[in-house]
Design a protein around this ligand. Structure first.
Ligand SMILES: *Cc1c(COP(=O)(O)O)cnc(C)c1O
Length: 328
């Protein structure tokens, strides 16, 4: 019985009963007034949850977190563009491969599993190896549990006229991110991670500068990843008008509206949810320590609040997973 298992991975995660209820209705039409309202409200609430500027553009797209990454690359990077990648694991490797296929000229800063390059090191690379058009970093790399500090990177990039893309799939909602204040250009995630929905939506917010960089591309990206394809759809829904390019997972749109209400505190915005993730993660880290388990992140200050990556103790291997599952 799947329903008796407590799922404790970065995503899919457990979803709340109200989200489950909103998701569980018979699939409505994408032009149903209720869907249009939920879509429009979700766009507005994403700006708040991402702490993004009024002139930024949220995109709610059928797809996975990986699609959101591909979309960011396709709209900001043209063949031959110089890109700096901060590499902290598997998903940094993935965006590197996307950049390679796009024909980018890639420079990487990174030191292997468990390590996060310092902000000074990244800024030095921006200055000595540049000029770059784009900086890419993974907020939390799920493979290592390493969290970078996005604020100094976003600020340094913005000051130098470099566009910044942050893969937040394992971080958004669970870790502090201030898109407007820090000057970040793209922050993206997938619905099944800390947002707390079933899988199926790629969620991305682009700054005004990022949208202008897309306008300046000589050749358009593939139609389904092109911001120009989706912009009129997003604008229509925000103005509470029906629209269509490709059918959205309508049940997920209803659920997103509910999930974002649960996330956003009316008075204190995102602070309460960030605080609660930090508190629970600190308690978990103390427990690992008491059990003499070792984290993959070499410094506790770079250990994520959204998941713990722990090394197997002597004599224990992947068979442990089966035993955990057997106990629910
Ligand atoms: C899960 C994850 C992805 C990929 O998301 P999918 O929805 O599986 O495509 C990308 N980056 C990070 C950091 C992730 O944790």
């Amino acid at each position: 019985m799947l329903d008796n298992l407590l799922l404790m991975i970065p995503g899919p995660i457990e979803i709340s009963p109200p989200v489950k209820k909103a998701f569980g209705v018979s699939p409505p039409s994408h032009v149903d007034p209720e869907v249009i309202d939920a879509f429009g409200r979700s766009i507005e609430k994403m700006r708040q949850a991402w702490r993004a500027a009024e002139d930024s553009q949220p995109f709610i797209i059928p797809g996975s977190g990986t699609l959101a990454m591909d979309m960011a690359v396709a709209n900001l990077v043209a063949p031959g563009d110089r890109v700096l990648v901060v590499n902290t694991g598997y998903f940094s490797d993935r965006i590197t491969e996307m950049l390679r296929r796009r024909g980018a000229n890639i420079h990487t800063v990174g030191h292997g599993p468990g390590f996060a390059p310092s902000a000074d090191e990244v800024v030095a690379a921006l200055d000595t190896e540049g000029p770059f058009k784009v900086l890419c970093a993974t907020h939390v790399d799920t493979s290592t549990g390493v969290r970078i500090k996005p604020e100094p990177l976003a600020r340094a990039a913005s000051e130098r006229g470099v566009l910044s893309i942050f893969d937040g799939v394992c971080a958004t909602i669970g870790e502090r991110f201030e898109m407007a204040a820090w000057g970040a250009d793209v922050y993206l995630t997938g619905s099944q991670k800390a947002i707390g929905l079933p899988p199926g939506l790629a969620l991305l917010v682009a700054s005004r500068r990022a949208l202008e960089a897309r306008d300046a591309l000589a050749a358009p990206p593939p139609m389904s990843t092109d911001w120009h394809t989706w912009l009129p759809v997003m604008q229509a829904y925000e103005e509470r008008r029906p629209s269509y390019f490709a059918t959205p997972p309508t049940n997920l749109i209803l659920a997103l509206d509910v999930a974002l209400d649960e996330i956003l505190d009316e008075e204190r915005g995102m602070m309460p949810i960030w605080d609660s993730h930090h508190k629970v993660a600190t308690a978990m880290r103390r427990a690992w320590k008491a059990l003499e388990l070792e984290l993959v992140p070499v410094r506790e200050s770079t250990a994520a609040n959204t998941l713990s990556a722990i090394r197997y103790p002597e004599g224990i291997g992947p068979e442990l997973l089966g035993r955990i599952k057997a106990r629910g």
